[in-house]
Ligand binder design. Sequence first.
Ligand SMILES: Nc1ncnc2c1ncn2[C@@H]1O[C@H](COP(=O)(O)OP(=O)(O)O)[C@@H](O)[C@H]1O
Ligand SMILES: [Mg+2]
Length: 262
Amino acid sequence: MNKIIETKEVTIRFGGLVAVDSVNLVQRRGEVLSLIGPNGAGKTTLFNLLTGVYHCTSGNIFFDYKNITNVKAHERTKLGIARTFQNIRLVKSMTVLENVLIAHPECNREGLLGALFGMGRTAGKRRQVVEECLELLDIVGLKEMEAEMATSLPYGKQRLLEIARGLATKPQLLLLDEPGAGMNGIEKEELTNVIHYITEKMKVTVLIIEHDMKFVMGISDRIIVLDHGQKIAEGKPEEIQTNPRVIEAYLGSGEFKDEEEA
Ligand SMILES: Nc1ncnc2c1ncn2[C@@H]1O[C@H](COP(=O)(O)OP(=O)(O)O)[C@@H](O)[C@H]1O
Ligand SMILES: [Mg+2]
């Protein structure tokens, strides 16, 4: 098995709270893996550990068989780990295209003006970077809206823009934190198509946190369930759906929901 990411007994404490508790996770390259669990289960915190926003209290994280436990967040981005945020983080004062450009490694925030208009770079190079970013916008269905202000997009499209930004860093692994939140049914179908394209055509491995069970069951090769920071189950969608511990965790949280009801 070709493992892209692996955690061994990963734990983080916030004061008395063990937000992620001895979690062992393995994701195979190319596999669509979803992380589910009631609110407060530790899903986003685990993403923060994988991306280096937080560092583990104990345990180890391996990316492509390298121990990255002590590697800083921006170095992990360079290694090929990208993510989107549960709370959308776009630059409000920039257009759709500019939001992707500033995520591009050739055109980071500091170098934006230089890279776009400045000296020391050829017009050809600049055109290539812009073309790449437009292609990513095309993949998420936003190419026609490239000149609009990011914040003028409907919420669901802002989430797709976040995915384009993540892809601009040329990741091997893309972590999506509740990509379907606030999307309507049509947008969720678009999202499903985008994720299929990313995994199959771009060969980017995707790890997803999502609440919408119908979406999760449809998209995932495998699912890991967290509750109170602990992994309580893992398996194929059909195994998870009928797992008594999983059902109990959701019932106990009063949160067993379809997105429509939420
Ligand atoms: N920086 C932090 N400081 C203190 N507690 C935190 C911090 N980040 C997350 N937590 C706590 O960790 C638990 C898990 O949170 P989170 O990972 O956001 O859950 P989920 O994404 O599964 O809904 C929650 O109880 C949350 O309040
Ligand atoms: Mg969360």
